[in-house]
Design a protein around this ligand. Structure first.
Ligand code: FE2
Length: 364
């Protein structure tokens, strides 16, 4: 077997460009149970932006907002609304990661450079992926600070309590019609990922809309990127609705793993997170499809949690409504009990639910 030319230790962080990072940071602390751990902005000598770093177990979100009208960050927010700018990957060698991918055709976003403060040094480099999204390579083996050099440790005004979100399971990109294979090729050739699964419109179609999806994964399987493109249906696909409102390809959803989805979703609902609903009829014959599960079906039904099974086990999952006014980014909460798949058996029920929401927005 060929040596992995791009070893990745995991997701380092996900950076969102948002219209108001101060308020968004409270949203993720209050509703999703994150803790504020670090900050950079005018008070720390950064003039053009403010960034809040939130953490929960292995998940790190950075919320960045522009302080001036004429900047790349302001242009990004104007064009896309709140959304994901950076899917940052934790590597041992950010220079080699950059060189290996650029030589294979990656478009550089910025070249490797070292940043330092009294807690040590970090090497960063970055390449472009779909839309305005980038992958930053973060080499932090010589750093002991709270996030990156330049960020100061801070404590939030809220007493945050984790809701049991553990790590990023997968991040999904939406791309234009006909572009899915281009981006699958990119991840295979430029980043050395391999194709895990393919879903075609026979798997994922309802009366109205459908999509095509392929999932790529890195060598150790820690990074999984499904890529969706719209497929033609009678009415507008949910992927087209996303592309219309994000105005380009971008991150559609981030799936976060929990060890106890009933407890996590109960807490998220109490804190105000809204989820898509499937009809109660979903639960009438679900056990005949998925077989025996450890949870009480009534508990899952009460929280409207979905169930699916593959050859290796089963999974429980639920999807939030979009977390900004544009119908773009949303979250998935997932508990894996052996299953390594993505919930194909739930697609139909789920997409019918999404279409009900699209119809309410006048976009179907
Ligand atoms: Fe997902």
């Amino acid at each position: 077997m060929q040596k992995d030319f791009l070893p990745i230790n995991g997701t380092d962080h996900i950076e969102f460009y948002v219209g108001n990072a101060k308020q968004a940071s409270l949203y993720y602390q209050h509703c999703f149970g994150f803790s504020l751990v670090a900050y950079a902005g005018p008070e720390t000598g950064v003039r053009d932006r403010a960034s809040y770093v939130l953490q929960q177990n292995k998940i790190r979100f950075v919320l960045t907002t522009p302080l001036q009208p004429n900047s790349d960050i302001a242009a990004h927010v104007s064009r896309h609304g709140d959304g994901v700018k950076v899917l940052a990957l934790w590597v041992d060698d950010a220079t080699k990661s950059f060189n290996e991918t650029v030589v294979r055709g990656a478009v550089p976003a910025f070249a490797p450079h070292t940043i330092k403060d009294e807690a040590g040094e970090v090497v960063l480099s970055a390449i472009h992926t779909y839309g305005d999204t980038i992958h930053t390579f973060v080499e932090r083996k010589n750093y002991k600070g709270p996030f990156l050099p330049g960020y100061q440790s801070v404590k939030g005004s809220l007493q945050s309590k984790s809701v049991g979100l553990k790590y990023v399971d997968h991040c999904v990109g939406n791309v234009e019609l006909g572009k899915m294979n281009t981006w699958v090729d990119f991840y295979e050739k430029v980043m050395g990922f391999s194709l895990l699964v393919t879903f075609d419109d026979k798997d994922i179609s309802t009366e109205y809309s459908s999509l095509m999806s392929k999932v790529v994964s890195n060598g150790n399987g820690y990074i999984k990127f499904p890529i969706n493109e719209p497929a033609s249906g009678k009415k507008k696909s949910q992927i087209e609705e996303y592309l219309d409102f994000y105005t380009s390809p971008g991150v559609q959803h981030i799936a976060i793993a929990t060890d106890d989805i009933i407890e996590t979703v109960t807490a998220l609902r109490e804190r105000g997170v809204e989820f898509l609903r499937v009809p109660d009829t979903y639960y009438q014959d679900v056990l005949s499809r998925v077989g025996k599960i450890n949870e009480d079906l009534e508990d899952l039904k009460r929280q409207n949690i979905l169930i699916d099974r593959d050859e290796e086990g089963y999974l429980l999952q639920i999807f939030s409504k979009p977390v900004q006014d544009r119908p773009t980014l949303f979250f998935e909460i997932i508990e894996r009990n052996g299953a390594k798949s993505f919930g194909k058996g739930n697609f139909k029920a789920l997409f019918e639910s999404i279409e009900r929401e699209q119809a309410l927005r006048g976009n179907l």
